[in-house]
Design a protein around this ligand. Structure first.
Ligand code: DC
Length: 238
């Protein structure tokens, strides 16, 4: 694929936006896609998680929007690829931000307009110097509405909960019961889809890919076909 450009987002750079609910397969496929295309992989959920972790450690309540916005503005968040690592204020927090309490905290802080504005600015900056595969909830709708390629990944909630269970089991000997994981995913989905600020919604020009029953390879191939179709007809590239 040529090193061409997106439209207004950032000249001479390509943005592939991947949005969707938790457990739809965004991270796995976005990482593989970025490696295959030689693009930078940016996990924006990790950034909301890093702010939630800092807030939890600092004892800041989820109901204190002003203090949370200040944290988001002050946070130095660095994302590394290959292997994927996350740093908050110089400290590696790759594992710490994956704790279940932080998943709920991230969903809460991400509902706040001030926190979103601070992190969206950082996300736009990260795509200034490289072509990127960026995943999250609002990449195609808010962060890069002019992205060359927009994918909305979704899957049946039970399958998404099943994938989360496998991830949790791979990390720890015991995982919470399946019903609890499904409830947690539904609760987070509800909050992410129904908040006033940048709710999780499919952009009108995003391509829906339902990953229910598909292997990672099948999802990757489906998305690559969309990437090729959207970046080779001349309408989105300059
Ligand atoms: O993708 P994830 O599960 O790591 O995201 C953690 C939370 O952050 C999730 O509940 C929704 C929120 N989020 C968001 O609101 N906007 C993004 N661009 C990415 C994540």
């Amino acid at each position: 694929m040529p090193e061409n450009s997106t439209a207004k987002a950032s000249p001479r750079r390509v943005v592939i936006a991947i949005d969707g609910p938790a457990g739809a397969g965004k991270s796995t496929v976005a990482k593989r896609l970025a490696a295959r295309l030689g693009f930078l992989y940016i996990d924006t959920g990790a950034m909301y998680r890093a702010v939630a972790l800092w807030a939890q450690r600092a004892g800041i309540s989820w109901d204190n929007p002003q203090a949370l916005e200040e944290l988001a503005l002050a946070a130095d968040i660095q994302l590394e690829s290959d292997p994927t690592r996350v740093f908050l204020n110089g400290e590696e927090v790759t594992e710490a931000i994956r704790e279940p309490g932080i998943s709920q905290g991230a969903s809460k802080v991400s509902a706040l307009g001030g926190v979103r504005r601070a992190l969206v600015d950082k996300q736009r900056e990260m795509a200034q110097s490289a072509s990127v595969v960026m995943e999250g909830r609002d990449i195609g709708t808010v962060v890069f509405p002019d992205a060359a390629v927009k994918i909305f990944l979704d899957a049946d909630p039970k399958e998404r909960a099943g994938r989360r269970m496998l991830e949790l089991r791979a990390k720890a000997a015991s995982a919470p019961p399946a019903g609890e994981v499904l409830r947690e995913i539904r609760e987070r989905d509800d909050r992410d889809r129904n908040r006033a600020e940048s709710p999780l919604v499919q952009a009108p020009d995003a391509e829906l890919v339902d990953t229910t029953g598909l292997s990672i390879e099948e999802v990757e191939e489906t998305i690559l076909k969309i990437v090729r179709a959207r970046t080779s007809n001349g309408s989105e590239m300059h």
